[in-house]
Design a protein around this ligand. Structure first.
Ligand code: SAH
Length: 396
């Protein structure tokens, strides 16, 4: 009798791994084979690193000692180092400042999930006494999108992170959780535009969702984009719409959106909305629309009604986020009444609309300010100090 194999999901084509944290079991098998080891060890190594969170080969106790020795040469210096931590006084949010090998600073944030978020999230079976966390990760040092209200945008793009550096943030984040705390969601909402760094993003998604590793469900991962249309199409196709898509809209008209988000010139609202309609959304799922409310700029009832019209017929939910002030940027936070009436209009129009608390607002957890400060210091280094902008060669 012949069986046909059911193919549940096709893995996207990936470029080569950048280190040991972003290597898949099949790629470990090739490395191990070249060392004269049987390929079945690959899953063991992958599990040690990603499922048990162990990168010191000496602790990989079910591997032969000779292999542990050899692995010490393959598993090198970690690609990120924790150089700072800020703990919110208001909640359990913790923000970590991480330094790359070439001394750029990025940040990742661990945020406790609110009860309503866990419920809204579906699959409400949170084991008792387990505290679910969301981790917010960065995909670039700075950002090229140049959004007028965002600290990372103001900093500009320094470089993209590789897949190893993206995964390292989650690896580190998970290792810093207390025993009763659980990593439940990962959101690509830190510094950078994830879809402008697609190769690294795709590899990190495949590794993070691998069943022998951390095994995060695809729906537990949110990729947030400023509206990079080709990336939205590619993500939809490669991951069959299963990765949660969030789109930072922030304005319902082209004129206003272009003022706030220069990317709107390249991919105007019409094209962006068409891409959202094409996104292969699984049944009962919704695209998240992020809308940062800026006082007197995009928070009027008229704009709320425009937004309602724009989103008609697309399965979305809207997250309203009050603007988080940034030094030197002349915008205002929205008034309480403006936020409330904006939410009312959308809800009455039939769009599930949530207000996002500014968790960890006291530690600037909502935007790239902390890392911005560190990197800004670096950018002031005169170019003539070094022919490259590599900080190791530059004076402090
Ligand atoms: N580049 C991606 C992800 C990074 S930003 C994107 O644009 O979606 C994550 C979210 O935070 C985006 O919706 C962004 O517009 C928003 N944001 C950035 N700075 C903010 C600020 N100062 N206050 C409130 N929201 C902000």
């Amino acid at each position: 009798m012949r069986y046909s194999r059911v193919v549940y999901s096709k893995q996207p084509e990936l470029s080569s791994p950048s280190g040991y944290l972003d290597r898949l079991p099949s790629e470990w098998a090739a490395v191990l084979e070249s060392m004269g080891e049987p390929p079945y060890r690959a899953v063991q190594v992958f599990r040690w690193i990603h499922s048990r969170g162990v990168v010191d080969p000496r602790q990989m106790t079910d591997l032969p000692i000779r292999l542990r020795e050899k692995l010490r040469e393959v598993i090198g210096v970690p690609s990120l180092q924790v150089v700072g931590c800020l703990q919110s006084q208001e909640d359990a949010t913790r923000k970590f400042l991480l330094r790359t090998k070439d001394a750029w600073e990025i940040e990742t944030v661990l945020i406790p999930m609110a009860k309503d978020e866990v419920e809204e999230d579906g699959e409400g079976e949170v084991p008792q006494k387990s505290l679910p966390f969301t981790q917010c990760v960065s995909t670039q040092v700075g950002c090229a999108m140049g959004c007028a209200f965002c600290a990372s945008g103001i900093a500009g793009l320094k470089r993209s992170l590789n897949a190893e550096e993206i995964i390292a943030q989650v690896w580190i984040g998970r290792s810093l959780l207390a025993p009763q705390q659980r990593l439940r969601n990962v959101v690509f909402m830190g510094m950078g535009e994830p879809l402008a760094n697609y190769e690294a993003l795709a590899r990190s998604l495949v590794v993070l969702t691998h069943p022998d590793g951390i095994g995060l469900g695809k729906r537990r991962i949110t990729v947030s984009t400023a509206g990079w249309v080709p990336g939205i199409d590619r993500l939809g196709k490669d991951f069959m719409g299963e990765v949660q898509l969030a789109v930072s809209l922030h304005a319902p008209t082209d004129e206003l959106r272009t003022m706030l988000m220069p990317i709107n010139r390249r991919y105007p609202l019409g094209e962006l909305i068409d891409a959202l309609r094409r996104y292969p959304l699984p049944p009962r799922r919704r695209i998240t629309i992020e809308y940062t409310l800026i006082g007197g700029v995009n928070d009027s009832p008229m704009l709320a009604r425009d937004l309602l019209r724009l989103l008609r017929g697309i399965r979305v939910k809207v997250n309203l986020i009050p603007w988080n002030p940034i030094d030197g940027v002349g915008f205002q936070v929205p008034s309480e009444e403006a936020v409330e009436s904006f939410q009312d209009i959308l809800c009455h129009g039939g769009i599930p609309t949530f207000r996002r608390q500014r968790k960890g607002a006291d530690i600037d957890a909502a935007c790239g300010q902390l890392a911005l400060k560190g990197n800004a210091r670096r950018v002031r280094i005169p170019l003539w100090v070094s022919t490259s902008l590599k900080p190791r060669n530059a004076s402090p």
